[in-house]
Ligand binder design. Sequence first.
Ligand code: PEP
Ligand code: MG
Length: 567
Amino acid sequence: MYEGINASDGVGIGVAQVAIEPDLSFVPTVPEDAEAEKVRYADAVKKFVEMTNHQIAVMAASIGDEAAMIMGAHIEFAEDPGIKESVDAAIENGICAEQAVSDAYDMYYNMFAAMEDELFRERAADVADVKTGLLANLLGKEVIDLSHLPEHSVIVVHELTPSMTADIDKDNVAAIVTETGGRTSHSAIIARALEIPAVLSVPDATTLIKTGDLMIVEGTQGKVIVDPDRAQLEHYRVKAAALAAEKEALKAFRGQPTRTADGHEVLLVANIGNPDDANGAIENDAEGVGLFRSEFLFMDAKELPSEDEQFMAYQKVAIRMKGKPVIIRTLDVGGDKEIPYLDMQHEENPFMGFRAVRYCLANPEQFKVQLRALLRASAFGNIEIMIPLVTALDEIRKVKTLVAECKAELDARGAAYKKDIKVGTMIETPSASLIADLLAAECDFFSIGTNDLIGYTMCCDRGNDRVANLYQVYQPSVLRSLKRIIEEGNKAGIMVGMCGEVAADPLMVPVLLAFGLNEFSVASPSILRTRKTISQWTMDECQALADKVLALKTANEVKAALQAAAK
Ligand code: PEP
Ligand code: MG
């Protein structure tokens, strides 16, 4: 049995698919026998076409012919006679197949990438995929595609990046195991949103586990069992059934107001990453959306989404949520969220660098595309705009100036928008916490991002398991910061919400209620459990518990006190 970080609850039983990022580097050689080298190249093409045809058949059966047709382009590029001619000619001139393939496909890639027409530009990505596939075949490496997996797959991977998770085939994924990442890394957040059990930071998982191994992944405690015996399989099947029963029982909280045992009401809303996630929010009875991470729209695209594309995505959520509040966060790029086409420079310390609102304010024209899209979508529902990673008041002022400019531009176009749209801020940096009073005076609401706030307060990378003992909300410094932020927001009469993962921590819920939090924004699968937790406490009990933990001096003491009091 291996142990790791419990990143997403539940039990997954399935077969390992070890996804090793293939190293496609090679040292160019001069082939001794050009004819044999050409045959090697032809075999690589043949294998690629066979694999692609297989994928097309699977996709046609599962998603439909249209999606399958996209893959047809890969075959065309692999078998293209012009490319074949230039690769063969290069081989005859003493160049090895790997180099010849690289050169030929790079040339086509650059040609397509430079074209005006978007459709042609999209072909560049197809060309790059074909090049990767052919090189992998020539080098005898395997490329695992997470969007087409066999049923009951357990993905075992060094690191699950947000872009890998973007198009993961979730119906076929029983569980996820990684070698890196912490509970609040974005892969963990996505795993929870997809309700896929996940255990992260299992050392050497991709070497210890082999594709085809039968596995049990216990995401609640962070255990991974390879080649389980019958008794273990039986035990975990029973456990999975019990979890399913618990989930069923929580359905009794659907349609109920979110309030404490003595009637104090708060708002319980959902965190989402794309417009379709709104369905999960509605199914779980969310009272709105407290955080739409708009960067996932950008990460799913191959180039900057246009104003209309963004407008349609935001409008979709606004309409689906039928007038309930929908807080959409502007682009939070950087840190562990990379967007390749934005061409951001490499930074030694990206979490401290040119990211989020800093990037947006430095690219105002690009930022205004998003702001106009948000404003236009606000005509269709109750959209509010939220700014990430704020550290200084001028950032809010500059954003508001840009919002005002966008409003004037839309007025000139005669486009409708919500005139009094709210503009609020994430509080996720120690600086924002310390100037919460100044920010509260000029913002319409706060939403506390504990994932980053804990990291920046404790000087801990949120994805680094070696500092996980410090990265805890139970640290007295973090508790003091939370209390201060909520109090300043309450004093100014603005709504104070929380969209970091702490909002769904049943141990912390009573403390947050006592501090005066007005809104809890959690992943959809945690909504009903959070409503249940809130219903179990009276405000007097919450206050007594908060007073008690604020007097404690270490995270361990705080956590132990919260555990002892938990209902
Ligand atoms: C946070 O930092 O708590 C937050 C909600 O934002 P993200 O996790 O996307 O950084
Ligand atoms: Mg954050």
